[in-house]
Design a protein around this ligand. Structure first.
Ligand SMILES: Nc1ncnc2c1ncn2[C@@H]1O[C@H](COP(=O)(O)OP(=O)(O)OP(=O)(O)O)[C@@H](O)[C@H]1O
Length: 952
């Protein structure tokens, strides 16, 4: 509000009825003056007056127009109708006066105007037990039409002037008085007369001089109007404060209050109609008017009594009475002769009116129900959503509490579950917040419901003299029916939401059970595979297998208790590694979700990054593309893996590993073979020879397993991709003879030139690799060197990881002894090659070289010793190139290089990783499986084109 503006407190006003702007004249009449008519005919005084600011519609309400007559006409029409109805029993006399108070002058509006055209004024008030204006013209209308004409004539004489606020502003208070006197038709000696006066008053509008900007005569009129209204307000205040006690009420301060004396505080039933304009311009006026009117509602009057006069009939008037009776008999006879059935007519009319009342009640109920039903139904939907959200939240919190107190040390899986549950809880918590859209809808609905109830109550409690008991009962039944119908809609909406939520939950459960079941079986199979191919628990595979077994058993128990079925029987005895690669999770396509909050499962943040994997959680038709589906992966393994990682809500560990792989990029100026294979670089690798295919080729030994070795990243590519990847392997691992003959070698960063390391200060790329990478902790690597060495003799191109984990020691070449053959006798110049996954530690490079050279010593023990020294720091894998000399440059172009096998060894008692597959390296790096922790370097060379390497 601008400074200086009057401030208003929020305030509530209570009135008996409040009419909307759409109310009709009939509507106002029904609720205001109509109830007074019964009292009037019973002999009570009654007053109806309209109060309000100028231009708010007082004259419109009281007089109306010819086509839309106001209260006066409607009241008179009803009054004459009632008089007609009781004419057989009563003689009723109606007397009408109409005056105005203009500038404290009482003028007669029914008298002929004076010469100047102004109504006859200067009338005085006489006050005894009643208030009477002396000298007023009294007219005796016999019908409502006559009264209407009288009012129109009087209004035409009334002082009206255009003002700023109202073109037809009444500058005076107009008072129409209708005196009704009744006496019974049956002549008795003692006649009892009842008299009632109905005053209908159209007050002039209160006006603020500043607002109306009236000048001259209009200003004087306004001042007088305000003065009299102020006097009226003072009387109202005094009447309110007196609380029934005798207290001075300043009626005599104005003509208006003197005239209204008995209407306000006397023997009278009074209705005050307050007109307000629903515009912000009238805000101040409206506020003042409402305060004024509210005070008037607090007026308490004495018990209102009937005006009954007993008149003793003189004997001399008997003749008069007899004449009147004769006249009545004649009237009745004529009625009978005309076969007029007045009573029946009255009954019919009453019936019709009652019917109309019932219809109106029904319409009121129906319209209110229509108005509010949408909001109420929406509220029911919100209630159900809240219930769903609360239930979910309770379950989530319960589970979180269970996890919280389950164990002291929190494993990463528990952390993941916690985080997942918290993510699940977030939308539900959002939904139950008091400022959520659901809460807002609920509030709206409650308001609508309260309005609907109030309407039903008002309708069922509506009293009307037209209604018989049975009709009132019918209306009450209607309200019950409407309430029941609304309840039905509400319940249906709630049911729909709840059943939708149950459906969704069932869908989720089915999918999760399916997925978990399959995972459990896969775990079992993986465990068995480990058992078969691993080293029997002596090294890493032992704990891994125990872990897998543990997981499988745990899951089985959960399945038994939850669904009464175990997955035990489904684990295949003969594990084909391809089985393990073929895991397809259950489809997570899940589109519908009735929930209070946003769907966590649907909203996968990774979806924007990886289209396939991201979609899988929400709307991919087959979610098997997301996780564990090699064939469906994106073009490169890295990308695919990222997708699959991204498709899972929480992959902290993998994220960390991903960070490690990023470090690789910085190792050399150009992307490395590993980098290519992991990052899915689009650089084509020439003369691609799949390690797998080379392994499967003629020069390979026959014990090569399926080319789809476990976790081999190259498997995740289509054939061409795999070939490209495998080039890396073939480059490092030797013979290309198995490669597709059609392929021609092209220069790439993996050519020997690159390996010579033109950008690397004369060091070869492999050397650079060796210097910049370090293998993961050796304890994660299988500890049996024999197992790793075996693969070298076989010449199979199994992926490193699968080899390390899966290959038993039986493939160990006889020449390969634990701790033996470390370093190459000629291999001082062999390329050093680390196992992937390490961090860059350039600072360690200087330490590496001496060790490396020492590893070139023919004495393996020395080599071991020297390399162990390195292992105190970050350990390195040294890659010896077969028949290579100390200088990488010299070896670069030697054909024997292609036949050489490079092995990465851990120390003698650990497994050896053969770098036969770059994809293996990359996968190791990515999965951080820490497959090698060589403290010593081992190199051997094979004969050109030969499959049997010579160990040195
Ligand atoms: N409910 C209504 N429906 C239609 N027109 C209305 C209504 N109320 C007021 N009006 C119109 O507004 C104008 C002003 O109304 P009216 O003269 O009744 O105000 P008033 O309160 O009597 O003002 P004043 O106190 O200055 O006499 C008139 O033209 C009238 O027809």
């Amino acid at each position: 509000m601008p400074p200086g503006t009057k401030r208003y407190k929020d305030r509530r006003f209570m009135f008996d009825r409040v009419f909307p702007p759409t109310v009709t004249q009939e509507g106002v009449f029904e609720a205001t003056s109509k109830p007074l008519l019964t009292n009037l005919l019973d002999g009570y005084n009654a007053t109806v007056f309209a109060y309000g600011a100028t231009g708010c519609g007082k004259t419109h309400t009281i007089s109306g127009t010819d086509t839309d007559p106001g209260i006066i006409y409607l009241t008179m029409a009803d009054l004459f109708q009632r008089i007609e109805d009781r004419r057989t029993d009563w003689n009723v006399e109606v007397l009408v006066t109409f005056l105005e108070i203009y500038n404290e002058d009482i003028r007669d509006l029914l008298a002929e105007p004076t010469e100047g055209g102004t109504p006859r004024g200067g009338l005085n008030i006489r006050e005894d037990k009643t208030v009477k204006v002396v000298g007023l013209t009294e007219l005796k209308p016999t019908s409502a039409e006559e009264v209407k004409e009288i009012v129109i004539a009087g209004n035409s004489r009334r002082t009206q002037s255009p003002t700023h606020a109202n073109e037809t502003s009444s500058r005076s208070h107009a008072v129409l008085q209708v005196h009704v006197t009744q006496s019974p038709r049956t002549a008795k000696l003692n006649e009892q007369k009842t008299m009632g006066t109905l005053s209908i008053i159209d007050l002039a509008g209160s006006e603020r001089a500043a607002a109306t900007s009236n000048m001259g005569q209009r200003m004087v009129e306004g001042a007088n109007i305000n003065k009299s209204l102020l006097a009226l307000g003072n009387c109202i205040n005094a009447l309110c404060e007196s609380g029934g006690a005798v207290r001075h009420v300043p009626y005599r301060n104005s003509k208006l209050t003197r005239l209204l004396k008995f209407s306000l505080g006397g023997n009278c039933k009074t209705v005050m109609i307050v007109c307000v304009a629903p515009t912000s311009n009238h805000f101040d006026d409206t506020h003042n008017t409402l305060i004024y009117a509210e005070r008037a509602t607090k007026i308490k009057t004495k018990v209102v009594t009937r005006n009954v006069v007993n008149v003793e009939r003189h004997v001399g008037r008997y003749v008069e009475a007899i004449n009147r009776l004769n006249q009545e008999v004649a009237e009745l006879k004529s009625k009978l002769a005309k076969n007029s059935n007045t009573e029946l007519d009255i009954l019919k009319r009453k019936r019709k009116e009652a019917q109309a009342e019932v219809e109106k009640s029904k319409n009121d109920i129906a319209s209110k129900a229509e108005q509010t039903s949408a909001s109420i139904v929406q509220g029911a939907v919100s209630t159900a959503k809240l219930a769903v959200a609360n239930t979910k939240l309770a379950m989530i919190n319960k589970r979180l509490a269970e996890i919280g107190c389950a164990s002291g040390s929190i494993s990463s899986s528990v952390e993941a579950e916690k985080a997942l549950l918290k993510a699940l809880a977030a939308p539900e918590e959002q939904a139950i917040r008091s400022d959520s859209s659901i809460a807002t809808q609920l509030n709206r609905s409650m308001n609508a419901g309260a309005m609907f109830d109030a309407t039903l109550r008002a309708v069922s409690e509506r009293r009307s003299d037209k209604l018989e008991a049975i009709e009132i009962d019918a209306i009450k039944l209607d309200t019950h029916l409407a309430r029941a119908e609304m309840e039905r809609k509400r319940a249906e909406a709630e049911k729909t939401v709840l059943s939708g939520a149950v459906d969704d939950m069932a869908q989720v459960i089915v999918k999760l059970v399916g997925m978990l079941g399959r995972t459990t079986v896969m775990i079992g199979e993986a465990g068995k595979a480990l058992e078969r191919d691993g080293d029997g628990g002596a090294s890493t595979s032992g704990p891994v297998k125990r872990l897998l077994d543990c997981m499988k058993e745990g899951n089985d128990q959960a399945f038994l208790s939850l669904v009464g079925h175990s997955t035990e029987g489904y684990v295949a005895d003969n594990i084909d590694s391809s089985i393990l690669n073929n895991y397809r999770p259950a489809s997570t396509a899940f589109t519908r979700r009735i929930s209070s909050g946003s769907a966590v499962l649907q909203r996968n943040p990774s979806s924007s990054r990886t289209s396939t994997a991201g979609k899988s959680f929400r709307d991919a038709p087959d979610a098997s593309t997301s996780v564990g589906s090699p064939r469906r992966h994106a073009r490169t393994p890295r990308k695919s893996l990222r997708s699959s990682i991204a498709a899972q809500p929480y992959r902290r560990v993998q994220d960390k590993k991903k960070t490690k792989t990023v470090l690789w990029k910085d190792m050399v100026d150009e992307p490395l073979a590993e980098e290519y294979s992991i990052r899915g670089s689009s650089k084509p690798i020439p003369n691609a020879t799949s390690s797998s295919s080379s392994a499967a080729g003629p020069s390979s030994t026959s014990n090569q397993g399926p080319s789809t070795s476990i976790a081999s990243e190259s498997e995740w590519e289509d054939e061409a991709e795999r070939t490209d990847d495998s080039l890396n392997l073939s480059f490092f691992s030797g013979p290309r003879t198995a490669g597709p003959p059609g392929r021609r070698a092209r220069a790439s960063h993996l050519t020997m030139g690159f390996l010579k390391g033109k950008n690397n200060g004369g060091r070869g790329a492999l050397q650079s690799l060796a210097e910049t990478e370090e293998e993961p902790a050796a304890d994660k690597f299988p500890q049996d060197a024999t197992s790793t060495a075996s693969s070298s003799s076989s010449g199979t191109m199994r992926p490193v990881r699968s080899k390390n984990y899966m290959s038993p020691s039986k493939r160990l070449p006889t020449s390969m002894k634990p701790g033996a053959g470390l370093g190459s006798s000629t291999g001082a110049g062999g390329r050093r090659r680390s196992i992937v996954g390490g961090r860059r530690r350039s600072s360690l490079i200087p330490h590496l070289s001496p060790n490396y050279h020492s590893s070139a010593n023919a004495n393996p023990n020395e080599s071991m010793t020297s390399n162990r020294r390195i292992s105190s720091g970050p350990r390195r894998a040294l890659m010896g190139m077969g028949s290579s000399s100390a200088s990488p440059k010299r070896n670069a172009k030697r054909p024997s290089l292609s036949n050489s096998r490079s092995y990465l060894t851990s120390r003698g008692d650990t497994s050896v990783m053969r770098s036969s597959s770059m994809a293996n390296i990359s996968s190791n790096a990515l999965f951080n499986t820490s497959v090698a922790g060589p403290d010593v370097s081992l190199s051997f060379s094979g004969k050109s084109g030969g499959s049997k390497p010579t160990w040195r």
